[in-house]
Write a protein of this length. Structure first.
Length: 215
C-alpha cells in the first residue's frame, strides 16, 4: 500500500490525473467506513476530494501497523488496477470523505488512449521502490525515538514558516506508524513538548525547533 511520499500517481501531470478521474464516479463515505479490506479482490482506484483515510495492516490478534495517512488530492488502491493480486492493506476513513472511484476497466481505457500515462507510472514505481526501501531501513536500524522523529518530520508541511502536521494524530496512531507502544510514544512526545521542540495547537502538532538527534 502506498505511503504519502511514494504514491504511485505522484508523477502524473494534473491533466493526466484529470483524465483518469473523469472516468470515475463521485461517492461520499461516513467516518469509520472500511473502504478496502486486506486480502480483498476489489480493483478500484480512490482519489480523495475531501477528508482523511488511514491505510494499515493487522494481524489475527487485531494489532495494527499504520502504513500511511492520506488526505485531499491523494489516492490509493492503484496497484489493483495493474495486477490481479488481493489487496495488500486495509483502508478506513478517519473523517467523513468524498472521493472519486475509478474502475479497472476505465483505467485501462485511459492507458489505451494515452500511453504516456503508462510511462509516468513506471517512473513512479521506481521512486516508490526507493521510498519503501528507506522505510524498511528506518524500521530496522532506528530506535523508537528515531522512528518517531522521522515520521513527524516526514508528515510536516510549511505554513507561513512553521512546520505543522495537518492530520490530527493521537499517540496511538503515531505508535501504530512506528511499530512501538503508545506508552513509549507518549513519553517521547511529552519530553519533546516539555523541551519546547513540539507544541500541540488546535489538536495539530507544531514542530517549533529542530528535533534533537537522540532521546
Amino acid at each position: 500500500m502506498e505511503c504519502n511520499d511514494s504514491a504511485l500517481f505522484s508523477e502524473l501531470t494534473p491533466q493526466h490525473l484529470k483524465t483518469i478521474t473523469a472516468h470515475g464516479v463521485h461517492r461520499q463515505y461516513p467516518k469509520q467506513t472500511i473502504l478496502i479490506t486486506e486480502g480483498d479482490n476489489s480493483d478500484s482506484l480512490y482519489v480523495i476530494e475531501e477528508g482523511q483515510v488511514k491505510a494499515y495492516v493487522s494481524d489475527e490478534h487485531g494489532k495494527e501497523f499504520t502504513l500511511s495517512m492520506l488526505g485531499p488530492g491523494e489516492h490509493f488502491g492503484e496497484l489493483a488496477l495493474i495486477d490481479s493480486t488481493p489487496r495488500s492493506a486495509s483502508v478506513v476513513t478517519m473523517t467523513p470523505c468524498r472521493m472519486t472511484v475509478v474502475s479497472k476497466e476505465d483505467f485501462r481505457q485511459c492507458l489505451a488512449n494515452d500511453p504516456e500515462i503508462a510511462m509516468e507510472l513506471i517512473r513512479s514505481l521506481s521512486r516508490r521502490y526507493r521510498a519503501l526501501t528507506e522505510r524498511v531501513r528506518n524500521l530496522a536500524l532506528l530506535d523508537v525515538y528515531g522512528r518517531v522523529a522521522r515520521t513527524l518530520l516526514s508528515m510536516a508541511t510549511d505554513h507561513d514558516g512553521e512546520q505543522i502536521i495537518d492530520q490530527r494524530l493521537t499517540h496511538q496512531e503515531i505508535a501504530s506508524m512506528v511499530g512501538a507502544s503508545r506508552e513509549m510514544v507518549s513519553r517521547i512526545m511529552k519530553d519533546l513538548t516539555t523541551g519546547g521542540y513540539l507544541e500541540v495547537r488546535n489538536r495539530r502538532i507544531v514542530i517549533r525547533s529542530k528535533l534533537p538527534p537522540a532521546w
